[in-house]
Each structure stands twice: as structure tokens, then as C-alpha cells.
Design a protein around this ligand. Sequence first.
Ligand SMILES: [Zn+2]
Length: 211
Amino acid sequence: MIPDELKKAKPMTGKERLGANRDSEYLGAEDIDPGVEPILTIDHIYNSRVTLQRGKEQKDVITFKEERVNGIRNVRPLIVNATNRKVLRKIYKAVDAQTLEGKLVQLYIDHNVRDPSTGEKTDGIRIKPKIPMPPRTEPIICAECGKPIMGVASYTAEEIAAINAKRFGVPICAECSKKRREASAEQKTEEVIDADQREKVSDLTAALKGE
Ligand SMILES: [Zn+2]
């Protein structure tokens, strides 16, 4: 039996996965897609009391400029542990706000993190001990108008390109996609008018012949 509240929901499909949409204020290993090492830009650093599973604690927290990146559907602030703080100091030589704001970090999942509450091994988010190369800034070019494909609403440029490539066989921008769809709708209307007129002409021919 499916509970009523579940009936309204759609089952996940394709690459959608458990954990990616969980309710949490802070970034966890489950937020990162397996096999992806997302690159993020530090927005601000904080030191504040944060609510953890084991209670409230004073923690360093990093917020990021991105809301969504390849590998993380919902970018949340990262609570910085001692290991990640050391990595930041190693790669950027300092861990003050002035140094870190605007800097890039690349995250990965370490499967051998000791859970402080159970002592068991768990997955943890680690910052790679290397300054990442800036993410690919080379735009995807629209196969129709030749302009770079841009993101629209909650869709990234990559997603727009992929959706339209599936629809039309070539990656095109949202504007060209709209034009193509409007054109095909118009063509259909014209075909209907054409068929209509052909019928009228044949009716007229028939009338003239006195049929
Ligand atoms: Zn275009």
C-alpha cells in the first residue's frame, strides 16, 4: 500500500538518487554525487554556533557563491573541520577572510572519516589539497544562432543544451528552441489551412463541372 501523501509524489527516475534532496542546513557527503569532485567558490567564512546531530557547537563555516554545481544539486554551507582547515591553510597559505573570499575549493568524499560519536568509519567531505583549475568557462555554442547557450530559470546552460539536443538533435539555445517550436506550430497550422483550401478548390471544381 502506498500512503496517500506518497501518491502525490513522483518516483525518482534515471540519475536521481537518495540523499541528494535531504533536509539539512549544512553540506554532507550525501549531497555530492558519486564520482564527482565539485568545484565551489568561497563566498564568506563564519564562526558561529551551529546545530549538529549531537547538539549545538561553535564551528567554522564556509558559504559558497554557487547555488548549484555539477555534482551538488543544492549547495549548502560547509562546516569546516580541523582537517579541511589545515588543507585550506596549506593551499592558500592563510585562512583569514580576506585571503579566502572568492577562492576556489574542490571537494571530494573521503570514505575513511572517523565518526566522532560512534568511532566508526563514515563518509566525510574533504577539500582537495590542491588549488583547483577554474571550472570550464568555455561556453556551449548554439548550433543555430552561434551565440553561447545561457542558463534559464533553474536550468544551467549545460541542461538547456542537453534538453534541446534531445529535442532537436543539436544543442541550441532557449531562444532558438522557442523559435523552432513556434515555427513548427505555425507550419502545422499552415498545413491545416492548405488542406482546407485544397478541399474548397476541389468543391469549387466539382460545382463548376456541375457534379
Ligand atoms: Zn540560438
